[in-house]
Ligand binder design. Sequence first.
Ligand code: CTP
Length: 410
Amino acid sequence: MPSATPDPSPPRIVLGVSGGIAAYKSVELLRRLRDAGFHVAPVLTPDATRFVGAVTFSALASEPARTSLFGDTVTPIPHTHLGQGADLVVVAPATAHLIARYATGLADDLLTATLLATRAPVLLCPAMHTEMWEQPSVQENLATLRRRGVMVLGPESGPLAGGDVGAGRMAEPEAIFELVERIVRGYRGPLTGQRILVSAGGTREPIDPVRVISNRSSGRQGHAIAEVACRLGAAVTLVTTVDLELALDVVRSVDVVRVATAAQMHDAMLERTGESDCVIMAAAVADFTVTSATEKLKKGAGTPQLSFEPTADILHDLVAKRHAGQVIVGFAAETTDVAANALAKLRSKGVDLLVVNDVASPGVGFEHATNEVILLDRDELAETVTLRSKSAVALVILTRVASLLAQGAP
Ligand code: CTP
């Protein structure tokens, strides 16, 4: 059912359909998008119309389905009209051929011309046989597009046309619909209106042009905090040392700042703390940096003498610069005397919340998908968050942050 009170300016979706059997599922996606109040303009490649007729799409869409690069008197240049007006272009199914044409910048039909003419986010939902999906050429084309900021959902594994089973099934219309909704409408939640600055990953201190001293932090807990904060409605900046891909529903919303060394992370965090309502220092920052050699240290020159010097404590400087109402969360990685060390760290760091990791425990902290932490608050009260995914741990931390922000932290 179309929504009872139509949005006066509903988000505009261009629904691209290329020539694969999964085109029949796009009709369901179109219907779902229309029911949710989106303005949907279908664009079919000539091959798509061999699977499902344009009339079917036209009957359900907000405007007639288009198949030709050449317009009419009302819309003489349809690709620029569609591309410039779109809030999102979703291509479902995206065939190997469509992906290749898009990756190389070909514009030989209305859909590829629209893809080149838009600055809106683009979501591709590939569908093809497993052998095609696994071709290095297809994977390289997708990697190129991903690098350019194109989002790719699926494919899934399951029964394929022709009776065989494998990777290549288009994502289900409901999953595509949910992602489209999240991308276009964003999230609202307990952190709506809050600006959260998160650090993640281990810093890398160069010894010479080829070697670094680092630590085993994967960055996954910090990235999970950034993703979950975004889903709770926050505007998130992530200062990170690692290149982990963020989830598709938030990838365009999180502002990512890449750094490597403790000094770079220090500058990036201190520059942005003034405009943040909450800062979460999940990064594993080197306590010492090395005076880096300008040329590669040669083996034959004997055992190198490294000269260390302490780095600035970023958390300390953030706390010193804290503005009224700002919430600051620190992390503690401990291997021995966890409770005593954590308490001492809480007192010395002056944070509102300390997330304590016993990194010597199985399944905890560095390099794991799971984590178990103790949350220590200003009143020195401890809450154990038992072993769970890093996203689930992030949710507990951010629920505490939301409540601290609501109380108006000191
Ligand atoms: N931290 C920081 N700047 C540093 C070192 C640490 O901001 N130069 C932050 C971490 O991001 C973390 C908290 O301080 O939020 C505690 O880090 P941790 O490594 O557990 O403790 P340290 O302060 O380094 O103390 P120690 O190594 O003695 O345990």
